[in-house]
Design a protein around this ligand. Structure first.
Ligand code: CTP
Length: 220
């Protein structure tokens, strides 16, 4: 039986339906989040992975390291899952690439193709990380993510650390998305911590990250 803190990890994109077949989404693969769930289990921490609609075949209900996997599609599905699962966990790692906007309404059935331009009314999605931060207990640790251009990575991550009310931000350069490696950093209130050795495979970065996050949680 794993004995470390219970870790809730979100990963992958959200899909916001336009109609029965079309959606707004993004190119997140969920791979880093899955690697983090595996690293958490390897570090003897019970992990729950909330995994979005990634296109690779789902690993059924278990990862190789036995993290429980629960699937979601829309931002609102993920919101409900976080509300239900966050109270029973100690650490939230919010790696999901949540869509910032969703269609104001979903068209029933499949909308027909039109010959002219089509416009879509979009409304903002709720900020799930901010909501989790506002409902968390003082013994819980929250980690957000930031995906930004390398040139402004640290500055944007610093802004997000303040704005989201979290304990640390994992900052990734934009090119992480299509890469097997990651050159990210963990931004803590007292400064950035860089993974040693430059760009690392996502699995190695995840193992380094889990160690840092467990240290941060133990210090708090
Ligand atoms: N996030 C969230 N809910 C949203 C949007 C983002 O919980 N509706 C979380 C992400 O999972 C991530 C963090 O907030 O952990 C930062 O996401 P990001 O998209 O980089 O930031 P935004 O809040 O969208 O801010 P902006 O894009 O304006 O910089």
């Amino acid at each position: 039986m794993p004995s470390g803190p219970r870790i809730l990890i979100t990963a992958g994109p959200t899909h916001e339906p336009i109609d029965a077949v079309r959606y707004i989404g993004n190119r997140s693969s969920g791979r880093l989040g899955r690697a983090i769930a595996d690293a958490a289990e390897t570090a003897d921490c019970p992990a729950t992975l909330l995994l979005g609609p990634v296109t690779e075949p789902p690993r059924d209900q278990k990862t190789p390291h036995e993290a429980a996997v629960i699937r979601f599609r829309r931002t609102h599905d993920l919101q409900e899952l976080i509300r239900n699962h966050w109270p029973a966990h100690d650490i939230l790692i919010m790696a999901a690439a949540v869509c910032d906007f969703m269609p104001a309404s979903e068209m029933p059935g499949k909308g027909p193709r039109r010959s002219g331009p089509v416009s879509l009314d979009l409304i903002p999605t709720p900020d799930l990380l901010q909501e989790a931060a506002s409902t968390s207990r003082s013994d819980q640790t929250l980690i957000g993510f930031a995906l930004e251009a390398s040139s402004e990575l640290e500055q944007k991550a610093r802004e997000k650390l303040k704005r989201k009310g979290v304990h640390a931000i994992v900052a990734n350069p934009l090119d992480t998305m299509d890469s097997d490696t990651i050159d990210g950093l963990l931004l803590l209130p007292d400064g950035p911590s860089h993974a040693p050795g430059g760009p690392l495979p996502k699995e190695a970065f995840a193992a380094w990250l889990i160690d840092r996050i467990l240290e941060l949680h133990a210090e708090r």
